[in-house]
Design a protein around this ligand. Structure first.
Ligand code: 13P
Length: 251
């Protein structure tokens, strides 16, 4: 049985006061949830130190939103995996569509970041997803499989033992337009079957979470799909009540 994982991606939001309040409210609201569900939050780099102090019980895991592919060096403005590990970070998003699109991250860079995360003991959450045009062209399955293969050709199939996949269709991010449970399930199943061709055991244990306008009203149905193992939640994770309700629907 795969443990569900719900991660709140706070993107470029929050002040110290808001981060403190949000974590306290999530901590309180999710007390008593069973170990069927694991909860994570992903604040900005700047708020990781504070978040790490507030999450010291370890019940709420910390996820970083990004990292650089090198462990140290002259890379002004970047943050390395060992630095994140020192702050108690467990997960790190890799290849989020906002990084791929706005910051022009290539498949090669995404693969290098994925490897760098694992080399420091962090679990990469590899984000995959098609654009609206690609969906309309019927290319969704092909696109996400190609994105996955681009990383697997560098990192190797065995690396998926220590990773999470997040299917995030770009057309569903921040648009209020969620993929239907059937649409999301279909892509998750395609990804799992693709991995199973190389390693059935890894395919069975790998968590594949869904992201894109997840909210308290649609979470339960999404999470009840056979291959959907939780959610990567953007906007709705900035409201403690809404996020707690999403976490509860995975329990
Ligand atoms: P929204 O939940 O705001 O659509 O964002 C999804 C996302 O990008 C999570 O990483």
């Amino acid at each position: 049985m795969r443990q569900k994982l719900i991660v709140g991606n706070w993107k470029m939001h929050g002040s110290r006061v808001q981060v403190r309040q949000l974590i306290q409210d999530i901590e309180t609201g999710t007390t008593g949830l069973s170990d069927k569900v694991e909860i994570g939050v992903s604040p900005t780099f700047l708020h990781l130190g504070l978040a790490s102090e507030l999450c010291d019980s370890g019940r709420i895991k910390l996820a970083a939103q990004n990292l650089y592919s090198e462990p140290k060096g002259a890379f002004t403005g970047e943050v390395a995996a060992p630095m994140l590990a020192e702050y108690g970070v467990s997960y790190v998003l890799v290849g989020h569509s906002e990084r791929r699109e706005i910051f022009a991250e290539s498949d090669q860079l995404v693969a290098a970041k994925f490897k760098a995360a694992q080399e420091s003991g962090l679990i990469p959450i590899l984000c995959l997803g098609e654009s609206l045009t690609q969906r309309e062209q019927g290319a969704s399955e092909e696109v996400v499989v190609a994105q996955l293969d681009a990383v697997m050709s560098t990192a190797g199939i065995a690396s998926l033992q220590f990773a999470v996949l997040a299917y995030e269709p770009i057309w569903a991010i921040g648009t209020g337009k969620t993929a239907s449970p059937e649409q999301a399930q279909r892509i998750h199943q395609v990804l799992r079957e693709h991995i199973a061709k190389s390693d059935a055991g890894i395919a069975k244990s790998l968590r594949i979470i869904y992201g894109g306008s997840v909210n308290a009203a649609n979470a339960a149905e999404l999470f009840s799909q056979a291959d959907i193992d939780g959610g990567l939640v953007g906007g709705a994770s900035l409201e403690a009540k809404e996020f707690v309700s999403i976490c509860k629907s995975a329990d």
